[in-house]
Design a protein around this ligand. Sequence first.
Ligand code: NI
Length: 431
Amino acid sequence: MSEKKVVLEEIVRIEGHLNVTLYGDETEIRKVTAEALEGTRILERVILGKNYMEIPDIASRMCGVCNVIHKLTATQAIENALGLEITQEAWSLRKLMVIGGHIQSHMLHLFYFVLPDLMGKPSLLHIADTHGELVKKIVKAKKHANRIIEITGGSRVHPVALVPGGISKPITKRDLENLRYELHELKKTIEEPIRFLLEIGNPEFENENIYVALTNQDTIPLLQGNISISNNSVYQAEKYSKIFTKIRENYSTAPHFKLSAKNVSYMVGALARININYTKLLPAAKTISTEYNIKWPNNNPFTNNTAQALEILHYIEESEHIVDDLEEKKLIRTWTRPKIQAGDGIAVTEAPRGLLIHHYRLNSEGKVVWANIITPTAQNLKNVEETCRNYGNKLLSEGANIELIEKEIEKLVRAYDPCISCSARFYKETD
Ligand code: NI
C-alpha cells in the first residue's frame, strides 16, 4: 500500500483558516495534522510597556468572535495583578455580559456553521428556502443575545463599559427591565431552533478522551474556578503553567498543548464543561437533556454541539436569576478605583470554546512587562488531530470512501468550534 497524503484545505464555516492533513493508506490513517494558517497575533509583544488600563481594549481586538471573554479575562488578570476587589454587582453584570457573548457565539456556531452541514446545504441562507420561519427565529434570537452585551457593556462588540475596577456605565432599573425583556424573548425564540438541532442528533462515535474545564461548588463557572481534569484531579487556576505544556509544530502558526503530567492531549469547550459540571445544569437544560436521552458524561466529540445547545438554555435561566437578584438591590455599585502597584495577575475563565488564560506582569508604574495568553482552540488542536485520526479509522473500517471521510472529518473539526484567529500566537518567536 502506498503512503498517501490528503489535505483538507481551508476548512469552511469555522472561524479563521485551518488545513487538516491526513497521512496513511487505504487501510489506516496513521497521522493527522491540524495546521493553523493565520498570521500570528503578536499581542503579547504589542502590549509590552502599555498602561494597564489599555490592555483589555487591545486584548479584545485579538478576535471579533471571542471579544467579550478576551476583554473580561484581560480585565480580571489586571485586577488580580493590582490586588483589586470589585463589587458583587459588577461581578453579576460581567457574568451577564459574558453569557451574552457565549450565547451569540454558540448560536453562530450551531446555526450558521453546523446546521447547514446537518441539512446538506452550503449555508443558512439556503436553509431559508425551505425553513423560512426557523431561520427568522435564529436571526431574531441572535439579536437578543447581542442586546444583552449592549445593555450591560455599553456596546455589542468590545464592550466599552468593561474596565479594570468594574463596570463604568451606570445600570438603571430600566436597563434591568430591558434585560428581562431580551431574556424572555430570547427564551421564547430559541427553543424551536434548539429542538430542531437536537432532533437531527449526532453521528455515532465513541472516543475516550480527557476533559478540562473550570469547576466550583454550585454553578457551571465562567469567570473563575478551579481547573478540573475529567473530575479526577482539581488544581488552583494559578497553577496553569504546571498543568499544560506548549508544543511547537512547524506546520502551524498556533501552538499546540498537552497535559504535562501524562503527556496526552485533552479537550476543552462546552462538552468538557458539561461532562465535568452536568449535575449543575439548571432545570430547562436538564429537562430537555433527559427528554432527548442525552447521556452525561459523554465521549462523543460531536456532542460538543449538543452541549452548546443545552448551555444556551442553562445560561438564559441563570441570567434570569441574576437579574432577579440585581432587581432586589437598592443600590447597584459597579466601580472600585484601582490603586497602581507592581504585581503578577492570572485570570482563567471559560470562553465559549473552552478554557482561556491571560497572565500579565505589571511594574510599579502599572505598565506591562510580561504577558502570556493561552486560547482554548490552541489547547484543542492536538486533540483535534488525534480524534480525527480515530474517527477516520472508524469510517475506514466501515468501508467509507475518501470523499465521505473528508466530509465527515470536516464535520468533526467543526464540532470543536475552533477559533483559529485567536489561537495563532507567537509561534515563530523564541519566547
Ligand atoms: Ni476567537
